[in-house]
Design a protein around this ligand. Structure first.
Ligand code: NIG
Ligand code: FE
Length: 396
């Protein structure tokens, strides 16, 4: 038995994913304690009422909460793009760099040449940083191979890496390979999907003008469903109309949403599709942020993710919370709900993202006196300790 007690605030986030005003309710227990038995939570309550047998950790003056769930990462790649970082600073648009053969294509060339050992080694570094910053579960995409061999290699890496940060694998249909002259959508459906499906839980498509059209995205998602994959989509990053498609296809999440229209927001709000916002991307591209306020007010199930990738090089969900608060006017409570219980919903997991009897014991201890310091105290790491599946896996 492991007990973490005396937390100035224990954020339980009990009771499932949140919409509207409920996003501001973190179900807090003052002077709270959480007891762990094996990999799961055995008791949650006031410290005075929890039996403190076994290993006891005193969290006096600190906040204790569920580990962050990062529901959108491009974990597997070789080929970072620090050269393009400077081009972007000097004003060259993201899509122009990509059309000129850079961007995703630069990373694809490198990823194809990399061995599995090289890919895993780079990914482990990322996972360790994520863990140190309080992330205990991520969604992890392939998508820098574009051919059968490299997509399968990437998905195998996601499964084979030995690391305590849990990964939920997604096969991402990311771009049409450079110089490809045939029907790539058909190639994906006939040649890649049957081999990618056994290695993944989700399928994702970069649905965007000049990348995959609505019709192509629909075709890929419907074929993937026959292989047992659940859909999530990259939509409305530069163009609009993708949120409506994601809801229509009953995707578990629609991600990006920088250019979603009012009609798209309404459609999402009435659906079971989570709106996953990735504020790191407009931050690095100096672009427009999604209209989080409108989405929350309309009733969409809003989540947050890093979009960790070679364009957006950050592992920190804490920084996403700061951007959510400062750039998207989400309150700290809304941002915390988005980064935990709502993010967990979007990856199909009810057993993570909250601290309740029976949920997985993924817990973080933050060196702040109350949750309102999240977002407010920015650019540094507030995490003191991380517990994954009941074990202390990181201590500052
Ligand atoms: O989510 N927009 C598409 N895909 C990634 C970026 C990938 C890249 O630039 O390498 C994203 O932002
Ligand atoms: Fe992405």
């Amino acid at each position: 038995m492991l007990v973490i007690k005396n937390a100035s605030e224990l954020l339980t986030l009990r009771g499932g994913p949140r919409r509207k005003e409920r996003m501001r309710d973190l179900s807090i227990i003052q002077k709270g304690a959480v007891a762990v038995e094996g990999e799961t939570i055995a008791a949650v309550g006031k410290s005075s009422r929890i039996d403190c047998a076994g290993e006891v950790i005193d969290a006096e003056g600190k906040v204790v909460m569920p580990g962050f769930v990062d529901p959108h990462t491009h974990l597997i790649f070789d080929g970072t793009r620090e050269e393009e970082f400077q081009m972007k600073i000097e004003g060259k648009p993201y899509m122009e760099i990509m059309k000129a053969g850079g961007g995703i294509y630069y990373t694809v060339d490198k990823t194809r040449k990399a061995t599995k050992e090289e890919l895993k080694k780079r990914a482990v570094k990322t996972l360790t940083r994520m863990l140190q910053y309080g992330t205990t579960t991520i969604e992890a995409k392939s998508g820098y191979g574009l051919d059968l061999e490299t997509e399968v290699k990437s998905l195998e890496c996601i499964g084979e890496i030995e690391h305590c940060v849990e990964r939920i694998p997604t096969y991402l249909v990311h771009a049409v390979p450079k110089g490809y002259s045939g029907d790539y959508t058909q190639y994906v459906i006939e040649n890649i999907l049957p081999h990618a499906a056994p290695l993944a839980e989700f399928v994702d498509v970069f649905c965007e003008e000049g990348v995959f059209s609505f019709a192509q995205t629909r075709e890929i998602v419907e074929a993937a469903r026959h292989h047992g994959l659940r859909p999530r989509l990259h939509v409305d990053e530069f163009s609009s109309g993708g949120a409506e498609l994601a809801a229509d296809l009953k995707c578990l999440s629609a991600d990006h949403l920088e250019n979603t229209t009012e009609a798209g927001i309404q459609t999402l709000a009435e659906s079971q599709t989570a709106a996953i916002l990735l504020p790191g991307t407009p931050f690095v591209l100096n672009g427009k942020y999604p209209d989080a306020r409108r989405m929350i007010e309309a009733g969409a199930l809003v989540g947050l993710a890093t979009d960790f990738n070679p364009n957006c090089m950050t592992e920190s969900m804490q920084f996403m919370i700061s951007l959510a608060c400062i750039k998207m006017r989400m309150t700290p409570a809304e941002a915390i709900a988005a980064a935990t219980v709502n993010a967990a919903y979007s990856v199909g997991r009810e057993d993570i993202g909250s601290l309740e009897v029976g949920t997985q014991a993924d817990i973080i201890v933050l060196d702040i006196p109350n949750y309102k310091h999240m977002g407010y105290h920015f650019g540094i790491n507030l995490v003191d300790m991380v517990v994954k599946k009941g074990k202390v896996v990181y201590e500052r």
